[in-house]
Each structure stands twice: as C-alpha cells, then as structure tokens.
Design a protein around this ligand. Structure first.
Ligand SMILES: [Zn+2]
Length: 293
C-alpha cells in the first residue's frame, strides 16, 4: 500500500476507470492505505493524514482554519469510511483548531492526544482559541474548541492494524508524537519535519535546536519509505528528503542568527536563499524570539 496525495488518487482512479470501463469515481475508488490533505497558505500549509481501513478511518491532525477543516471533512466523507479516531500530535493551534468542524461532521469520532500533550491542551487551548479566533473575522476559525481525550496507549488499532504513536519528542515544540504505520511503511513526522516551508522557530529560538535535531535522526532511523512532514507545499516529496530539508533550514537559521547583530540584520540574512519557501507567517515570530525588542 502506498500513501497517495489527492491528485495522485484522482489520477489513479481515472486510470482505473479507463481500464475497467467505469467512469472515474471520487476518492472512494482508492485502495486501502492513506490519503493526504495539505492546507492552503492561509491554513499554514499543514498536513493531515487520513489512514484508511476497509470500512473505517483514523485521522492524524485536524487543521487550523474552519475552511481547511471543512475541505478535509469532505475528503474523509468521500472515502466512504467511518471516521473512528482523530489524533492530535501536539499543542500547536494549526493542528487542532479545526477539530470542532470535523467532530460536527463525524460526531461518533473520538479525538485523542497523548497524556502529557492532552494535559497541556486542557490548560491552554481555551486561551489559544480566544486569542486566535477572537482576532479573526467570523467564520475563519471554528467558533468553539474541543479538548481531546487523554490517550495513554502507544497505539491506535484500525481494523487490527497498529498505528504506532511514538513517545513525545522535540520538534518545533517540546512534545510531539509522530505516528508510524508499519503496514504502510509510512511515518507521519508531523512538526519534527518540514519541507519547502519556513520552520516555526519561536520556541527553539530560546531552547536551542539540539533536541529537534536528535528527533530528526531518531525518525530517520526508522527507515520508513514514506515520510509525511508537518508542513510542506502541495506536491513536495513524501520521503526522507524532508529530514534533510529540516536540518538544512536549522543550519541556515542558526548560521544567519550567529552572523547577525540585530533583528533586521537577521531577517535579511534569513531570507537570503529562502524567498521561495512557504509558511512565511513563521518568519517574524522566529526573528522576534531570537532578537527580542
Ligand atoms: Zn504545525
């Protein structure tokens, strides 16, 4: 089984239709496996993965804006599967604020986060939602928030197949649970890996990048064929090059910072060679954290 992005799925469905004489179906024509949803730039180019069983599905991460969460819900509905579980991999808003939209569409689904991550969400999610949704026009974000249930198990079962939830590790925040699906030879790195985008550096600007780098090497060591980053441009690769891209950006960011005397200087050096990357929203916050006013 191979993880397919939506365009590939549709292409495959069209090819299958041509071969069998059936008109190409929608996404439900795809074989069991997984499907990928990457948001638009307004949604911060964040990835969600829908893991497909024969009849049921599990979603990894729930998007940022209501619009992207709604498109993701349409995609899940199109698979014809029953959404059983939603795993939130870390506490950042771009992976959880869309959750109510998904639960409205799939009210029988249960949302989870690893125990330590859930405990933090229970403390901060309300304030985070008020700040972000309250500062945006009505309808951009869900009008409420949902704290997921605590999950102490190290896996979720989908029709007998193990979806392994890795122990929390550092990435763009201190605690992230990437997901390994051995039966698909697929690793969902979430915000331990990015490609073709800027990285969210606000938190590691003070803590340093050593923990993040160690996580990258630990995930690389799993050797999964398909690797899904947390943020990317649509069409970016789903393989181990996401690790190289992440480390290269960390190197660039740290070299630019070390060579800079102030925020303006740092911003100029940081942007040199990174003009084409997505997720530009991350730049100002990272620069401000490195050189506080
Ligand atoms: Zn993220």
């Amino acid at each position: 089984m191979e993880l397919l992005n939506r365009r590939t799925v549709l292409k495959s469905a069209a090819a299958a239709g041509a071969a069998t004489g059936f008109l190409p179906g929608a996404v439900h024509a795809a074989a069991a496996g997984a499907e990928l949803f990457t948001s638009d730039e307004a949604g911060l180019l964040v990835d969600s993965v829908v893991v497909l069983g024969e009849k049921s599905a599990v979603l990894i991460d729930a998007q940022f804006t209501a619009g992207n969460a709604s498109l993701l819900a349409d995609m899940i509905a199109g698979t014809g599967r029953t959404l059983e579980s939603i795993l939130i991999t870390h506490v950042h808003p771009d992976h959880i604020l869309g959750l109510p939209v998904l639960l409205d569409r799939f009210p029988d689904a249960k949302a989870y986060a690893q125990t330590d991550i859930q405990a933090i969400l229970a403390q901060i999610l309300g304030g985070m939602h008020a700040q972000i949704a309250g500062g945006a026009p009505a309808g951009v974000f869900a009008d409420r928030f949902v704290v997921p249930e605590a999950l102490s198990a190290d896996h979720i079962l989908l029709e007998g197949e193990r979806i392994e939830i890795l122990p929390p590790m550092a990435g763009d925040t201190a605690l992230i649970t990437p997901v390994h699906i051995p039966s698909l030879d697929t690793l969902i790195a979430t915000d331990v890996a990015y490609i073709d985008t800027h990285l969210w550096m606000e938190e590691v600007a003070t803590t340093g990048t050593e923990g993040w780098r160690a996580s990258v090497e630990s995930l690389r060591g799993i050797g999964a064929k398909t690797v899904i980053p947390g943020h990317r441009k649509s069409g970016s690769p789903n393989d181990s090059t996401v690790f190289d891209a992440t480390l290269a950006y960390l190197d660039h960011w740290e070299a630019a910072r070390a060579a800079s005397a102030n925020a303006e200087d740092f911003r100029t050096k940081l942007m040199d060679g990174t003009e084409d990357l997505g997720f530009g929203f991350a730049i100002d916050r990272g620069v401000a954290a490195a050189f506080p006013a």
